[in-house]
Design a protein. Sequence first.
Length: 367
Amino acid sequence: MKGVLLVNLGSPDSPAVEDVRRYLREFLMDGRVVDIPWLARFLLVHGIILPRRPRQSAEAYRKIWTSEGSPLIASSRRLTAALRERVGVPVGLAMRYRNPSISDALEGLGAQGVTEVLLIPLFPHYAMSSYETAVERVRDLAGRRGGPRIEVVPPYYDHPEYIRALVASAAEHLEGDYDRLLFSFHGIPERHLRKSDPTGRHCLGRADCCAVASSAHRTCYRHQCFRTVGAFVQATGIPDSKWSVAFQSRLGRAAWLKPYTDQELARLAGEGVKRLLVICPAFVTDCLETIEEIGMRGRELFVGAGGRDLIRIPCLNEHPAWLDALTRMVEGFADGFALGPCARAGSVYKEQKHATIRHESGSMDGD
């Protein structure tokens, strides 16, 4: 029997400091997130980050926590339930970190007789710290259990179904009055691009690397973000003078993808932008990074720098157009057409998996 597994990033079980600490420990000890040798990662996480960060993060989580719990978990559950009603196969939900766990989700699908799973990572773009770690964790746990067979939906950053859903989710806001639209993507360290570059020399090797054809683009998060923006702008007809791109949520002192969202918010306000729309295409579900970082702190920063209003466009969440896209993925899989609407020439993920993704010695252990 065929089944479906949706995988999102995760959230603490509650905004209590200890639960936030457990979540951060699991998240930051992932060698695809903090990609340094295990001992150095252990000392950094346990000696520097965990003694202080959980209390700060718990305060932020309390600001967004609802009667249903974590917004990310609650929305993901609603999306899963809605998809389950539409398709004729079992649908499970898991988080890469904490609960509901991947192990429990696989066990639940197995109890329903599922032997083939369509894995849909809820990450439109390829990054070792999101898409890759989720896929590899599912494959690892499924392999330990002797099954089921896993079919993976490849990154869908420029697929018409995803772009259509993204445009539909923003349509109401784009019809109103605004000065600028900011695409704010989750940031990643620049070194992650270089590690995920199968050529070993293309990514960040030249200023226009994302515009020059290369096999590196299959695993280049930055290129894929720009492709999302290009497709969105083409679909909506937004003039070049009314949009810009930035990357948020940076952590630590290493160089991350630029420009940084906080600096871009201040710059735009300083240039006279008064009414700013912000959309976060790398997140399909609203979470701490969209609700609190952009909608609360980002708005405060923008207004404090001279802007008048920052309007955060909600993520796809359970938007009907997004549910339509997921339904078509599942229907294609159930009917025997590999990967449904996200199929390209062959399985892109298989090509990615067998590419030479270079990691530092020791950086992949401890997960």
